[in-house]
Design a protein around this ligand. Structure first.
Ligand SMILES: *Cc1c(COP(=O)(O)O)cnc(C)c1O
Length: 349
């Protein structure tokens, strides 16, 4: 059974299309060869991002994965260890890139709903060089994708940062959805980004740009990041066309993330009302809802398949959990439609 209406796509906020204003800005963008550092639109985006994030410099990246992997390469030497939370994107969802591209070994630490506990970090960074390789880097993630878009407590991140500084260990913040954290916490982006030596921010998730991420940090490191980006095949030419959309993403698209967060709460309330699901992590902090569907008697993949037949797309993230992500391209009416479809499936299972 295929549904006549356009699907309600809750798989990810990456499915958002660029806005009309972005398309216009892209068409009109001044461009140059960015490998030579001569694209004025890219330079403007990088300067604005550095200012926003409170870091000395920023670099435009083709993807969030490349931003994270360039950061890992910057902070490590082959044989080093990277302390990372067990469900972190940079470890669990980037195809082993840190091993392939940087020759480093992840030291995986079980977190608390995505939060790397300062005490766990302290335990890991206390070097025993005679038997263990050097811990060169700790990666934190905010908001935490696989922990249901969790807003990680700022005090905890600050504590991790302090522990690392005390041991000469670098911190990288995977802030693919840092702007969701800004909106949910009411804190400034620079405050949230201030816990790390480098920070990666995606422009193409809830912020709706068609592609691109930023990596921000100290000027000397970002100079080196430019070289590594080229090494990884990420040097781009007249890419001001994409940067033009990225500038609007930062300037105009942040505040509206609050609408996505409200839609996520409404979606969660509708699903919880069935009594057949639970919030897998006990919260809806931002635009991601992860529900545990065990009580429904359905496997996560079964529920998603049946929902897809009825025009609602969502992703199984394990045998018993389903992730639903709200964004600009799902309307309030579509959220209600998704709730109705999922309620019926859960209640008749
Ligand atoms: C999406 C995501 C990334 C990777 O971004 P891409 O642009 O898809 O490569 C990295 N980290 C987190 C937390 C993400 O959610």
């Amino acid at each position: 059974m295929t549904h006549p209406r356009p699907p309600v796509d809750l798989r990810s906020d990456t499915v958002t299309r660029p806005t009309r204003r972005m398309r216009e800005a892209m068409a009109a963008a001044e461009v140059g060869d960015d490998v030579y550092g001569e694209d004025p639109t890219v330079l403007a985006l990088q300067a604005e991002a550095a200012e926003l994030l409170g870091h000395e410099a920023a670099l435009f990246m083709p993807s969030g994965t490349m931003a994270n992997q360039v950061a890992i390469h910057l902070h490590t030497r082959p044989g080093d260890e990277v302390v990372v939370e067990a469900t972190a994107h940079s470890y669990d969802w980037e195809l082993g890139a840190m091993a392939v591209l940087s020759g480093v070994q992840p030291r995986v630490v079980q977190g608390d709903r995505g939060e790397l506990r300062p005490a766990s970090v302290a335990r890991e960074v206390e070097a025993r060089p005679e038997v263990r390789s050097r811990v060169a880097l700790v990666i934190v993630e905010n908001t935490h994708n696989m922990a249901g878009g969790r807003l990680v407590p700022q005090e905890s991140l600050e504590e991790v940062s302090k522990v690392c500084a005390g041991h000469g260990v670098a911190v990288h913040l995977d802030g693919a959805r840092l702007m969701n954290a800004v909106v949910a916490s009411g804190r400034r982006a620079a405050e949230l980004a201030g816990v790390a030596d480098t920070v990666a921010v995606s422009l193409s998730k809830g912020l709706c740009a068609p592609a691109g991420s930023l990596l921000a940090g100290p000027a000397a490191l970002i100079d080196e990041a430019r070289r590594i980006r080229k090494l990884f095949g990420g040097g781009m030419r007249q890419v001001g066309i994409l940067a033009a959309a990225g500038r609007l993403a930062l300037a105009e698209m942040v505040d509206r993330l609050a609408e996505d967060h409200a839609k996520a709460r409404r979606l969660a309330e509708g699903l919880l009302a069935t009594g057949r699901v639970e919030l897998a992590f006990g919260h809806v902090d931002t635009n991601i809802v992860v529900v545990d569907v065990r009580a429904s008697g359905l496997a996560a993949s079964e529920l998603c398949e049946r929902a897809a037949d009825r025009g609602v797309l969502c992703l199984p993230t394990s045998r018993e959990t389903v992730r639903l992500v709200t964004h600009r391209d799902v309307s309030d009416e579509q959220v209600d439609e998704a709730v109705e479809v999922l309620q019926r499936l859960l209640e008749t299972a």
